[in-house]
Ligand binder design. Structure first.
Ligand SMILES: Cc1cc2nc3c(=O)[nH]c(=O)nc-3n(C[C@H](O)[C@H](O)[C@H](O)COP(=O)(O)O)c2cc1C
Ligand code: SF4
Ligand code: SF4
Ligand code: FES
Length: 569
């Protein structure tokens, strides 16, 4: 494959698509598939074959279109006309749509989203530019959309230093959680000495409620491969690994197919685009441990060892896989790079806010009218996301808080709805951007219960290597259960706060260091709820059953003497 071949591939695919007067895209992302998208696609293909319309109309499986809670989604693209997206499509509705298209009539309006549907109109798609618009299982469609052009350009026109510089200029920061400047990391890996170097794409994504990375891997796998190849060229690596959690079966399958297709087309492998650059990518499947998303555990897992973190330094860029310099980036970070290299670092740096450049993908979930995947410029406010894009809170209920950053994060209360979603502003209100999970809560959520949910998660996922996290998360969860169960004292609350400090300060890795965050942040804004649970045995949200009779001092003493302190079994 050379640059002319790439151009031919793109043109041939564009011509092929233009031969159809209409393309019907059926979303084949996991949420839509679980809502029945495969049956919709099968029935469309059957009807097309039976009516011999398959030469004029093509039914295509695409990636995620965004409003996942309204699935199955179907997008109709007719030449010279505005595209129409239909929600909650049944096989019957799909046949009706097809019938109207066959007869040249306007498709039915029932279930059609309005052309200016705010959920879609208010977004800015960079990483998700192809999601829902191409078939992720065909490399030709990625190439026809401009894919691999940035890699071809870099290999022929730019030095590895140029690529690192462009990434630095863009201001891109790691989307895996910590927001570390990507250009700095690439430069470190570039300058590190090693016999071999590696690039790793982190697709472990363990935060409850988050599925941005899964969706990118399912919807546009070649974008990640291209980002990895650009990283490989920039730092001098010939081997990449994508670490995907085992539960992400579809993502793993599509990535595997994409790697094979790219290799067949000469876009990966030896002498890419006729240059001296060789790059191979392999997939490593994780077993679903949250801690394996942490970079040092992830590397241990790739090397076939137990997935436990180790002390840093040395950082992976200095000493990573098999002792060699290793660049680890989140899947979304890497998927951003082709756009940066294609349009320029300055273009990307022009989007977003002062310290947080570009766009960010969020998985909007919880008590919100439209849940799904969105991409907005950094600095978009939480209010815009929840109310303008997400359509507000269902059932006329009140917005209470948004949980961001998963178990390492915290909540943003209603008083801070105008917080811009960027690294600095989120930190100011006591939470973190994290990887992009946004769980919206209404007045029916109880904040001590929310904190208890996340602590339960951390307790379960603690790898047990260090005492503060292994023992501390168990004890913190026990105290929270006492609070939500109505048996806690104010001393328990003081003990909980003390433990937050200790576990945060003394744990070995980010899991333990940040495990107290959901407690600290709910305490910061909703302390009265904790106090109400303790002193009045009342849960205003009606979530906690308060079934256990509060123990008085004598009962406490008796229970203690019997070997239990009144806690749950
Ligand atoms: C407990 C824990 C879990 C993590 N899980 C993930 C994950 O699932 N995906 C991810 O990209 N980063 C995760 N990280 C962050 C990684 O260690 C690492 O910083 C990141 O992959 C670097 O990529 P970036 O610079 O592109 O953000 C996790 C960190 C911790 C402490
Ligand atoms: S003392 Fe216990 S926790 Fe520590 S290494 Fe040995 S078995 Fe593991
Ligand atoms: S902080 Fe928790 S997850 Fe991290 S090494 Fe210690 S025990 Fe393991
Ligand atoms: S998976 Fe279909 S819209 Fe997200």
């Amino acid at each position: 494959m050379n640059r002319a071949d790439l151009r031919h591939m793109a043109e041939a695919e564009q011509e092929r698509q233009e031969r159809f007067r209409c393309r019907i895209m059926v979303c084949a992302g996991t949420p839509c598939l679980s809502a029945g998208a495969q049956t919709v696609l099968d029935s469309l293909r059957k009807a097309l074959a039976e009516s011999r319309l398959d030469a004029e109309i093509e039914a295509v499986a695409s990636g995620c279109m965004g409003p996942c809670s309204r699935g199955p989604l179907v997008k109709v693209r007719q030449q010279g006309k505005k595209e129409i997206i239909f929600e909650r499509v049944t096989p019957e509705l799909a046949r009706q749509i097809l019938l109207s298209l066959a007869k040249g009539r306007r498709p039915p309006t029932v279930s059609a989203l309005p052309p200016d549907f705010p959920f879609l109109a208010r977004q800015m798609k960079v990483v998700l530019a192809n999601s829902g618009s191409i078939n992720p299982e065909r490399v030709e469609e990625y190439v026809a959309a401009g894919g691999y052009g940035a890699l071809a350009h870099a290999l022929h026109e730019l030095t590895p230093d140029d690529v690192c510089r462009e990434v630095s200029v863009s201001g891109l920061r790691g989307r895996g959680g910590a927001g570390y400047p990507t250009g700095v990391k690439w430069n470190l890996a570039r300058k590190a000495n090693g016999e071999r170097k590696y690039v790793v794409a982190n697709g472990d994504e363990g935060d409850p409620g988050a599925y941005m990375d899964r969706s990118i891997m399912e919807s546009d796998p070649h974008r990640i491969l291209e980002g990895m190849a650009l990283a490989g060229y920039a730092i001098g690596a010939e081997q990449g690994f994508i670490y995907v959690r085992g539960e992400y079966y579809l993502a793993g399958r599509r990535l595997e197919a994409a790697i094979r297709a790219a290799e067949r087309a000469g876009l990966l492998g030896s002498r890419v685009f006729g240059s001296n650059f060789n790059f191979r990518i392999d997939i490593r499947t994780g077993a679903g441990a949250f801690v394996c998303g942490e970079e040092t555990s992830l590397m241990a897992s790739i090397m076939g060892r137990r997935g436990q973190p180790r002390q840093r330094p040395p950082y992976p860029a200095q000493q990573g896989l098999w002792g060699c310099p290793t660049l680890i980036n989140n899947v979304e970070t890497l998927a951003t790079v082709p756009a940066i290299m294609g349009k320029g670092g300055n273009w990307y740096a022009g989007i977003g806010s002062a310290g947080s450049k570009g766009t960010k993908v969020y998985a909007l979930a919880g008590q919100v009218e439209i849940a799904g995947l969105i991409e907005v410029p950094m600095g978009t406010t939480l209010r815009e996301v929840v109310f303008d894009i997400g359509g507000g809170i269902p059932g006329g209920k009140r917005f209470k808080a948004a949980q961001s950053g998963g178990p390492s994060g915290g909540c943003i209360p209603s008083g801070e709805l105008d917080t811009p979603l960027d690294y600095e502003s989120m930190q100011r209100v006591g939470t973190i951007m994290g990887s992009g999970g946004l769980i919206i809560m209404d007045e029916t959520s109880c904040m001590p219960d929310v904190a208890s949910f996340f602590l339960d998660f951390c307790r379960d996922e603690s790898c047990g290597k260090c005492v503060p996290c292994r023992v501390g998360t168990v004890e913190m969860h026990r105290l929270l259960r006492r609070i939500t169960g109505g048996t806690a004292t104010m001393d328990d609350l003081a003990k909980l706060e003390e433990l937050c400090e200790l576990v945060g300060a003394a744990s070995l890795c980010g899991l333990g260091m940040t495990a107290p965050n959901p407690v600290l942040s709910t305490l910061r804004y909703f302390r009265d709820e904790y106090v109400e649970h303790i002193s009045r045995h009342r849960c205003a949200a009606g979530v906690c059953s308060m079934a256990e009779v509060p123990a008085g001092p004598e009962q406490e003493a008796l229970l203690h003497a019997m070997g239990g302190a009144g806690e749950e079994a």
